[in-house]
Design a protein around this ligand. Structure first.
Ligand code: AMP
Length: 424
């Protein structure tokens, strides 16, 4: 099979790494890719939103399957564009990708399908939103309705913070048109978990779950980020709870999407809060998480490629995947200044030494190779240093040993990935 992966982050490096191991693979490209991905796939300089160029490339090169990594091309309709050009694409249609593109869409779907989630209300008018906040009081959660790169959410501990969020999102339009309306929600309390399922429109196959660390600083302090690290499996989310969430959240969502004539195919990511009343949905995303993808794929023993193909073909019902019993962890190394203003250009050394540690995989995200082949920081999140081990402690120790070998004074990472599990 000839495969085109779309994206350039750590998630896409992990996807390419896993697909490269498939005996079914004959050729793989990645658009636009990164220097880590270039070790396993041919990188082509096409942007993730340049659909005419992506479709033409796929046609000209007889691509059998397109695997989009990030949400932006999915929400913008890359699957529809590929299919219109006769190319199979393992992702949701633009309509189905609204599960991530619009918070209101998801909340209405939850209500229609009986999926447990936080009570919510939507406002187009800032004054009405403020009035609602004053009436409800804190804690309360304010969200920009559209796509805001995971940043348009304020979990407000005080009424003043919630009101300030309305100023920011609706008046100042800090997140652009994503802030034309807001969703205001009840604040859920519990452990937060990400659950992943591969879907073919009807059937869903569990890909596992992981716990992410969204805040930039140790002990979950500081501003929110795209994710600073994660681990799997999680002791707080037992296999029985996982199955309950598949039955009570993922399956009803798939059934409702199919009933509406917009079946969901691809990776469904359910962000869950494990409340005292059971798992409740915080949000759906329509793709793998980053860095969860890296950690989940390290535990996958089966061939990923036929699974993605089966999802595309509507043939997941009798499909099975085998998973390792090992624990896996991913530590994100970010450029100094992340998330506000990451510094670009610093040199990163020691990658080969780090990767030589038993059980370690280093995935590239925001890196670039200069003309002499030196790897430099070129983004906020720059590397995901991953490891597997017989226990979470062993995986963590291996990952941090690898971090210690990466010679990059201008980079930093959290030192406590996995702490909620290890504290038990
Ligand atoms: P979202 O973009 O909807 O995933 O929200 C980003 C983050 O805000 C989530 O990962 C949660 O940590 C937090 N969050 C969102 N909604 C709620 C809620 N209703 N209650 C508590 N925390 C929430």
């Amino acid at each position: 099979m000839r495969v085109l992966v779309i994206g350039s982050g750590g998630r896409e490096h992990a996807l390419c790494w896993a697909l490269a191991a498939s005996p079914l693979l004959t050729k793989m490209w990645c658009a636009p890719g990164n220097p880590g991905i270039a070790q396993v796939a041919e990188c082509i300089p096409i942007g993730v939103l340049d659909f005419p160029a992506l479709v033409a490339f796929a046609q000209d090169n007889a691509v059998d399957l397109v695997v989009p990594g990030p949400e932006a091309p999915l929400v913008a309709g890359v699957t529809d564009a590929m299919e219109a050009g006769g190319i199979a694409c393992c992702g949701p249609s633009r309509e189905a990708a609204q599960l991530e593109g619009s918070k209101t869409f998801t909340k209405e779907l939850c209500d229609a399908a009986g999926i447990p989630t936080a009570h919510w209300e939507r406002f187009d008018d800032a004054e009405a939103a403020r009035e609602f906040i004053r009436r409800r009081g804190a804690p309360i959660v304010v969200k920009a309705d559209g796509l805001a790169a995971g940043k348009g959410v304020v979990v407000a501990a005080s009424e003043a913070a919630a009101l300030a969020a309305i100023d920011d999102i609706m008046d100042a339009r800090t997140f652009g048109e994503a802030g034309a309306s807001v969703v205001i929600e009840e604040c859920l309390v519990g452990d937060e978990i990400s659950l992943f399922a591969l879907c073919d429109g009807e059937s869903a196959l569990l890909l596992g779950s992981a716990q992410d660390h969204k805040r930039v600083g140790d002990g979950d302090t500081g501003p929110n980020t795209g994710g600073m690290g994660c681990y799997a499996p999680t002791p707080m989310f037992s296999p029985a709870l996982e199955q309950a969430a598949m039955r009570g959240i993922v399956q009803p969502a798939l059934a409702e999407m199919a009933r509406r004539g917009t079946p969901f195919r691809g990776i469904l990511y359910a962000g869950l809060m494990l409340t005292a009343d059971g798992p409740k949905l915080i949000e759906f995303n329509v793709r793998f998480g980053d860095p969860e993808c890296q950690v989940l794929l390290l535990r996958l023993k089966s061939d990923l490629l036929p699974a993605l193909q089966a999802a595309c073909d509507g043939e997941l019902a009798n499909f099975d995947l085998r998973w390792s019993d090992a624990a896996a962890i991913g530590v994100v190394m970010a450029a100094r200044g992340y998330p506000e203003a990451p510094e670009h250009g610093s040199e990163i050394r020691g990658l080969a030494q780090a990767a030589a540690i038993q059980g370690v995989q280093v995935f590239h995200a925001g890196t670039e190779a200069d003309t002499s082949g030196v790897i430099r920081a070129a983004g906020g999140r720059v590397l995901t240093v991953c490891a597997t081990g017989a226990t979470l402690v062993a995986a963590r120790d291996a990952a941090y040993a690898a971090v210690g070998l990466i010679d990059w004074p201008e980079g930093f990472c959290r030192r406590d990935i996995g702490w909620r599990a290890l504290a038990r």
